[in-house]
Design a protein around this ligand. Sequence first.
Ligand code: NOJ
Length: 553
Amino acid sequence: MRLTYTSDVWYKNAVVYCLDVETFKDGNGDGVGDFRGLTQQIDYLARLGVTCLWLMPFFPTPNRDDGYDITDFYRVDPRLGTLGDFVEFMRTAHDRGLRVIADLVVNHTSDQHPWFVEARSSRESPMRDWYVWSDAPEPDDPAQIVFPDKENSVWQYDEGSEQYYLHSFYRHQPDLNVGNPEVRDEIARILGFWMELGLAGFRVDAVPFLIENVNPKLANPHEFLADLRAFMTRRKGGSILLGEVNVPYQDLISYFGDGLGDQLSMCFDFIGMQNAWLSMARNDATPLARALRERPQPPKDCQWAMFLRNHDELTLDKLTEEERQEVFEAFGPRADMQIYGRGLRRRLPTMFGGDLRRIKMAYSLLFSLPGTPVIFYGEEIGMGENLDEEGRMAVRIPMQWSADGGFTQGSPVREIPEGSFAPDRVNVADQKRDVNSLLRWFQLLIERYRECPELAWGRHTVLETGHRAVLAHRCDADGATVVVTHNLCDTARDVELTLAGLAGYHLTDLLVDGTLEVSADGSVRVPLDPHGCRWLRASPPEIPPEDASVKAQ
Ligand code: NOJ
């Protein structure tokens, strides 16, 4: 494989930054973040080094699920600005070399969406079939209830028209019926609309629900994804679908489009994420190493999206009950830190008790795991959560720009957290001035990640280390190699690695000063500090390390 044309498949080593316009930066002083505020901060994002912004839903909404309940797919929520502000934002982002993708939430609409208002008005409504109705639904399977604290069924009786409608999530989010070709066409129209305004793709919400919970069942539900992708590619080559598909690996692979790679361009690695947390809870790399070994290779031109935290709960649903309890115990023992019995409503730094060494190691792991890293706003400065906020909102707090908050001149839409993660302790302005800050660490990791396309593109191999606490892996592409080691425990470790094909090579540390030599038998001893991490570029002695790297184009 030649690593040419990396910019055509730009998403394979992008750095994706997820943010909510509402909580990022207020540009007009009304306490709500908006596109004008976001536009002012684009230079910050560009200098951080991220290459793609993922905007959480910014469409008109009654806001009963933080914007994941939409009433108009073709407009901007007036609280966040106008379509004109959106276009100005896009222009500025493009000028700074950033791509933008947005949430595509079409599994359901708000129950206040005019389509649903029309559909429920009578059984004869021309839009009736845009949603999924039943006279007598099958009994619920409790395992299918996504929000068990609020719902006990996925069916809701509609008094007016005397039938039940399906809602895979909250009852105020009726499921759209993609079994209906008109709905499928409308979804394509939505994609086309925003692509025309410059979006490079979409993060697709709740993909399995979208294609499976329909009436009549689609003969081949995946064909719909392939059709959408083909539509996008016709309009703009290189546009992507990044899917939220939290299913076991063996089922997940079909969402890329079996072997062909013609459906979702990327899928989040929920299994890898959960096992990373289990490994960090145990200080034992085994679960993560196993997940990486078991993870299927995505088709050519597809990619895994790696993350440690996102805007939802840290779901642990794919671990066993015992494993889940271990993670709870280590990172969120109190009931108010947990949610739905399956997840944590915390951000990463508080889970590590603010231990900067450990936090830095965790993010080094994220950026070096094979795939495309996705970060959630505020992770780069180590923001905490606000457990006083309801449910998943705990992690969706205003961005902390300066010691006094800096999010708004007015009174903020959401409360600013107090305590050791409050803005006076954790903010962008201070960390910009501090060379040892987490923000600077993120900048370094992002720069190195972009300089090492092997990490994203290459063939990866998990290496034996002889120490359970240490994860070591190597990524090889086009004759170039990066070797990465992470010590999950808080005592120093020396690991002995065997590096096939690299006998006599130099290993140059890309994060701190230091060079190691691989001996003639291919072995090398790698010392690691407590929670230490090393990214090592392999180069033959006669070639300087920077020339031994894969050159992206
Ligand atoms: C997944 C989103 O990430 C979550 O925040 C939302 O509540 C549900 N889908 C429903 O849209």
